[in-house]
Every structure is written in C-alpha cells, then in structure tokens.
Design a protein around this ligand. Structure first.
Ligand code: AMP
Length: 412
C-alpha cells in the first residue's frame, strides 16, 4: 500500500518523500486513515515501528485543514516520558512540517533546562506541544499555555509515562484537558497499568497490535555470550574490533558504570562516551549528535537515559548488564532494527545472571543459544539460586528505589 492511498495531502506526501520513506510501515498504514477519521487509537507498537510519523502526519494534516486563529489555540498535545524523546519527536514533526503551505508552530517543552525560553516559545500559542508531564504542569501553572481547546491528545510510550512515580503527574495533566477530544495511546508493552489508563482515556478505540509490540521484533537477531563479569570490557573491545561494529549502544546498570566502561574503552583507543541522566542537556545533545554523525563508535547508557532514543539505523545493541525486567529488554533491543532494518542485540551472560536471562527468554518467548568467544571462556560456576536473584519481586528493592529516583532525575 503506498503513502498516496492513506488520505494525506500532496504537501505531506512530498514531506514523506523528502524524508526518504518509500512505503508506509504497518502501523502507519493502519493508523493514519483511522486518525484522519477522528477515531481514538490504542496502538501496541515499539520504537522503530514508525509510530512517530503514524501520529505526526495525520496531526499535521488536521492542522492544514482547520481555520487559522491568533493566538494559536493548542490543537494537539503529545506527552512523552523523557526530555530526549520530547526533543526527538519535536524534531521529527518539525522536519515533516517544514514544507507545508501553512506554517505549523511546534513547541517541545521538557524539564532539566530553564523554563523561560520555553515560556517565550509558547507566546502567541503553539499548534502542537510536545511535553514531558512535569514541565507541562509547571508551564500551565505559569499560565504559559492553555489547553481548553485541545482537540487531540497523544500519549507516546504510555508504559513509560506510567512508570516510576509519573502516574500522578499524568493524572494531573489529564484533569486539565477537555473531555471531548481524540486520544491516541501508544505503548510498547501492555501491563495492567496501561490497560487501566486505556480504559479511562479512550473512547471506542481502534486497537492495533503490531508484531513486535510486546514481543521481540523479528528483524532483530539476538545473541547471548557467556563471559565472566570481570571480563566483559575486554570482550566488548574484542567484539568491536573483530566484528567491525561501527556504532554500538551499550547498556549498563548504573551511571557510574556508564562512565567507567566508556573510560575503559577510550583507554583502548575506542571513541566512546557515557550517557546518563546526570549529564546536562547540552552534554546529552552533544553525545547524541556525535553518535549520529559517526564521531562516536560507542555510547554507554543507562535504561533511563536511553529511553526512547531514536538513532536511525543503529546496528548493534549490547546488554553489558542485563536489563532488570523483560519489558526493559524489549525497550533496549527496540533501539536496533529500526523500521524494518536488521539489527543485532548481544547480551553478556555470566554465571550469576544466567537465571535472570532465562526469565527474559521465557517472557519474550524466544530462546537465545549461548555462545562462548575464544579467549573469553567463562570460569565461574553458576551460583545456587538465592533470594529472588534480582528478579522483580513484590516489595521494592533498593535498586527499584534508586531507579525511580534516577527516572525522576532523568526526565524532569
Ligand atoms: P519511530 O518508531 O517513530 O521511532 O521511527 C523509527 C525510525 O523509522 C525513524 O528513524 C523514522 O525516521 C523511520 N521511519 C518512520 N517511518 C518510516 C517509513 N515509512 N519508511 C522508512 N523509515 C521510516
């Protein structure tokens, strides 16, 4: 099915062409006509499915079709869990809107930076506001924007929006919005919290479940390498050289580890940088730009910092530390294999993390054969199962609490 059959204006078809999109992705085929009809949407789709354009294109079309007013009433609000995603979604939409006859005013607002320039940007109104919930509430409190005339609400990465103590902020934002509106909910996973949200905010939605929504997208090859924990950095260096990987996103469990591993790689002559929530917005943008431009071969990140990152064509993701939950695993490996391209996700598994990796395999319904790399054969024996092995239990662990704190740091 070509883009031309989805009901988009010729200006938008031109924009799609200018971005080099030849065919709509599965979610775009299903979602674009439905959104143009005014239907609510529940889409289980992860990053890499083309979900951003799936909502951005019909939103832009709606804006082209409506009468112009000044100050501009906010037509659409896109809520995202992190500032990086806010920047990214804002950039993608701006790119698609660039050649439109009627200029569309977009504002991306997020925490971690001064509020004043964002208040200035909202003067005279903005047609589309892309926001993290915390900063949006601050701006509303400053009377910097009004949401009374909102027509469309997009919840992007809804599972993430509900994570780590954000649910309250989200509820407070929802309370500010007109009840009569179109709501589009996108989520990579569909836990009970998201089901509850969907029931509360959606009105007879069209439900789209994309392959790879909660399962691993098929275009991603997974490998698991057994290695002693202490030998992971040398193994990573070895693989970078031997496999000729040009751009790798490496996941670790803590901010400290991002710095530590990146520094070890740099000492070995590899262009590597750390990426975590304590970096300033400027430093984060810098790392991202260098990575996208190919000046960095490796970015070492925490889950929180890397959430929702869109680095087109990222070929390899490495789980240096295993993700805490199977859902995090889906999010991590969703960074590779974008929009139909093949991707590779490599997990380092040690004797102590083997049981945890088995749980991830079970949840994703896919076994990953264990491999050993010559020169890095594991010497540690599996420890007898003790406690819950770091697997999510009912009570919050110390790590859970730290993670929640980190999520707050990283997203406001
Ligand atoms: P998303 O799932 O929105 O994060 O998009 C993932 C990546 O796919 C982004 O780099 C998009 O620019 C790209 N993309 C979106 N739609 C298409 C398409 N129809 N054809 C090719 N690439 C696309």
């Amino acid at each position: 099915m070509p883009f031309a059959s989805l009901g988009l204006s010729s200006a938008l078809l031109h924009a799609v062409d200018a971005r080099g999109y030849e065919q709509p992705t599965a979610i775009q085929q299903a979602a674009i006509p439905a959104i143009l009809r005014g239907t609510d949407l529940l889409a289980l789709a992860s990053t890499g499915s083309g979900k951003t354009a799936a909502f951005a294109l019909p939103l832009l079309q709606q804006l082209q079709d409506r009468p112009q007013q000044l100050p501009r009433p906010t037509h659409a609000l896109v809520l995202v869990p992190t500032r990086d995603l806010a920047i990214q979604v804002g950039d993608s939409m701006r790119e698609l809107a660039r050649q439109l006859e009627r200029p569309v005013k977009l504002a991306a607002v997020y925490g971690g930076v001064s509020i004043n320039p964002q208040m200035m940007a909202l003067r005279g109104g903005a047609d589309v506001v892309v926001a993290t919930p915390g900063r949006l509430l601050d701006l509303v409190q400053h009377n910097a924007l009004k949401l009374a005339d909102l027509k469309v609400l997009v919840l992007d990465e809804a599972d993430r929006l509900l994570e780590a103590g954000f649910a309250d902020e989200l509820q407070r934002v929802l309370a500010l919005l007109p009840a009569r509106r179109q709501t589009l909910l996108f989520s990579a996973t569909y836990p009970a919290t998201v089901q509850g949200l969907a029931q509360a905010v959606l009105n007879e939605p069209l439900r789209l479940e994309m392959p790879g929504g909660t399962q691993t997208p098929a275009a991603i090859e997974q490998r698991a390498v057994q290695v002693d924990a202490a030998r992971r950095t040398p193994l990573l260096r070895h693989l970078l050289e031997q496999q000729g990987w040009s751009r790798v996103l490496v996941f670790v469990a803590s901010k400290y580890a991002t710095e530590h591993v990146a520094q070890k790689l740099r000492a070995g002559g590899i262009a590597a940088a750390a990426f975590h929530g304590d970096l300033s917005q400027g430093a984060r943008s810098h790392v991202l730009a260098d990575f996208k431009a190919g000046r960095l071969a490796v970015v070492v990140a925490t889950d929180v910092a890397a959430r929702g990152l869109d680095i087109a064509g990222l070929p390899v993701v490495v789980n240096y530390d295993l993700p805490r939950s199977p859902q995090d695993h889906v999010h991590r490996i969703g960074r590779t294999g974008r929009a139909g391209q093949a991707g590779l996700a490599v997990s380092f598994v040690s004797a102590t993390t083997e049981a945890h990796f088995r749980l991830i395999e079970k949840r994703q319904g896919q076994r990953v054969p264990r491999e050993v790399v010559a020169g890095f054969e594991p010497t540690e024996a599996a420890a007898p199962p003790a406690g819950n092995g770091g697997i999510k239990g009912k009570r919050k662990s110390k790590k859970d609490k730290l993670r929640e704190a980190a999520a707050r740091d990283g997203s406001h």
